[in-house]
Design a protein around this ligand. Sequence first.
Ligand SMILES: C[S@@+](CC[C@H](N)C(=O)[O-])C[C@H]1O[C@@H](n2cnc3c(N)ncnc32)[C@H](O)[C@@H]1O
Length: 221
Amino acid sequence: MSLKFTEEDMREIEKQLSCPSGPNGIEVGHKMNASNIGMTINSIDYLDLNGKDYVMELGHGNCGHLDLIFKVSDRIKYFGLELSETMWQEAQKINANRHAEFRLYDGQTIPFQDNCFNKMFTVNTVYFWPNPVALLNEIERILTSDGVFVLTFATPSFMKNMPFVGERFRLYDVTKVQKLVKESNLIISDIRHNSDKVELQKGDWVTRNYIMVKMKRGNVE
Ligand SMILES: C[S@@+](CC[C@H](N)C(=O)[O-])C[C@H]1O[C@@H](n2cnc3c(N)ncnc32)[C@H](O)[C@@H]1O
């Protein structure tokens, strides 16, 4: 039996993806974590973590992947920032036995002092950033001088065929991200292209191409 979604259903899914809330948000959080896990694992690998790292993740959703980070070393200090109160609560519930700190913020001003984190990453959130250059500058501000930030997002050619992608999503390709970064205080140190398979509906698997952009602070001696 194939389920037919209405346009209204799609707009609700889009809203939930941008900021999950309530019981539907909890369900979307589980689905997001499962369908994005390949992108998350490769972003974590790309950070080349070790036990001395201070890690910050922006937009962790329900953070069902935290064990993968602590598998590298349980001495890692992990901090998560979310816009969604539902995801903030879920992440704390799911990781109650873990030593991690989760905070809520307004999506623009990061509530941490300068030079706090040497590893930062975010997966599938850039589409929703209201002012991307300002947020990149916030990331640069809290990054240490030797720190790295990994920005991971799916390509526009994949995203534009997703029925839930509407006006809430701003899509980026490498050229657009390069332009944003040029306007910010960060610089790009490396870029990786990757792909995985995602199940859109039962038995309907598609290839998702995605990009991971590694950045560091500019103007560092
Ligand atoms: C599509 S989900 C991705 C969640 C998770 N990273 C994953 O890949 O499964 C987007 C998440 O980013 C959060 N978000 C949206 N805008 C954000 C922002 N400006 N800063 C941090 N998180 C944000 C949403 O609340 C949501 O939980």
